[in-house]
Design a protein. Structure first.
Length: 367
């Protein structure tokens, strides 16, 4: 029997960060990202906090919420702290680190079964709650929810899924998934009693489990406002849960709308980490010849993006058609691979599935 995972005291992450601030700044100046910094300090036995805790405390430091100088690369001056200046008039805090950008590799991926689980374990919390949010419909939001569900299930995690889309309950359509449909929005307004039932389910999640809440585009604003009004994120975090928002940015005609939805989410929940999924199925994700990491939204909000998951590009005539059929049937990858009669289709789906497992595990959200 494995020993119980030790949890550090509540404020220990902050204490450890303050003690090692100069060393962390030096590693940032050398080009280290958050993951490498955590690995370096953990191997030296300088910190006991989880990778997720380090991400949170670094984010707070960039916003001066720790009442210390913002983390910055050595040659970047710190933002002024004059209390007379209004928040709206202050210049943006200097970007001190980059989110983890995750892409599928073109060569053979490492077998997920050989990956050290400690390299992706977040630790230090009860359960993990994933809110899938995007104000633009038809961009692959529920597909992302199904991907996340399947990877977590593949890892042997206990997963609870909730479909709150009042118009298209796509996730609920996957019969092989355990999904509960919750009608929390009626006539454009949040049904407080129904939402209370959802909150109770999330609040009582067992340790090391995951919950996925797939929200519809039509209720994006209403649900977001209600979550802020009742302090939902704070309630869950005080319980000890880790909370992530997930949002999709897609190519093609919807690119601007999905970026707007992402901005609304980032503005509305300033301290909650966001996982950005780049979905190239509808077209290349570029504006004026620039890639996502050069977009204005990345420059302004990149410090609060926990990870950027770039889904693999697909040939629409082959794998693209395979995936469309998979989504239309509401099938999971393992079911489709096992039941398909065509060798080529099985092979393409299997490779995509393996790539998907790899990039989601690298995002540090499955602990």
């Amino acid at each position: 029997m494995t020993a119980a995972k030790q949890r550090i005291p509540r404020n220990m992450a902050r204490i450890e960060f303050l003690a090692l601030r100069e060393e962390i700044e030096a590693l940032l100046a050398k080009g280290y990202d958050k993951r490498k910094i955590h690995t370096e300090l953990t191997e030296k036995r300088l910190i006991t906090m989880s990778y997720d805790a380090l991400c949170k405390v670094m984010l707070k430091a960039t916003r001066n919420e720790l009442k210390v100088q913002s983390i910055a690369v050595a040659d970047t001056p710190a933002a002024p702290t004059d209390p007379v200046v209004s928040p709206a008039a202050k210049p943006p805090a200097p970007r001190s680190f980059q989110p983890n950008v995750i892409k599928a590799r073109s060569d053979e991926l490492q077998d997920p079964r050989t990956i050290d689980p400690t390299s992706v374990f977040l630790g230090g919390h009860m359960a993990t709650v994933h809110f899938i949010q995007q104000g633009k419909g038809g961009v692959g939001k529920s597909v992302i929810a199904s991907f996340l569900y399947q990877v977590l299930h593949h890892q042997g995690k206990e997963v609870a899924a909730f479909d709150t889309d009042p118009v298209n309950a796509t996730l609920k359509g996957y019969k092989e998934f355990k999904v509960i449909q919750v009608d929390i929005v009626r006539q454009g307004q949040v049904d407080a009693r129904a939402f209370d039932e959802l909150l109770e389910g999330l609040y009582s999640l067992p340790e090391n489990s995951h919950a996925i809440v797939d929200n519809g585009a039509s209720s994006f604003l209403a649900l977001g406002n209600y979550m802020k009004d009742i302090g939902l994120i704070q309630i869950l975090e005080e319980k000890g849960h880790q909370v992530f928002f997930h949002s999709v940015v897609t190519g093609g005609q919807a690119i601007s709308d999905t970026i707007t939805g992402l901005k609304v989410l980032a503005d509305g929940f300033a301290t909650t980490p966001i996982v950005v999924w780049l979905n190239p199925f509808f077209g290349e994700i570029r504006l004026d010849g620039k890639g996502f990491e050069e977009f204005k939204i990345y420059q302004e909000y990149g410090s609060k993006f926990h990870a950027i998951i770039q889904l693999p590009h697909v040939n629409k005539d082959t794998l693209g058609r395979d995936l469309e059929e998979l989504f239309a049937k509401r099938q999971g990858f393992q079911t489709a691979i096992a039941s398909c009669q065509y060798i080529a289709v099985r092979s393409r789906l299997k490779r995509y599935w393996e790539q998907l497992i790899g990039i989601v595990e690298q995002a540090g959200i499955t602990g």
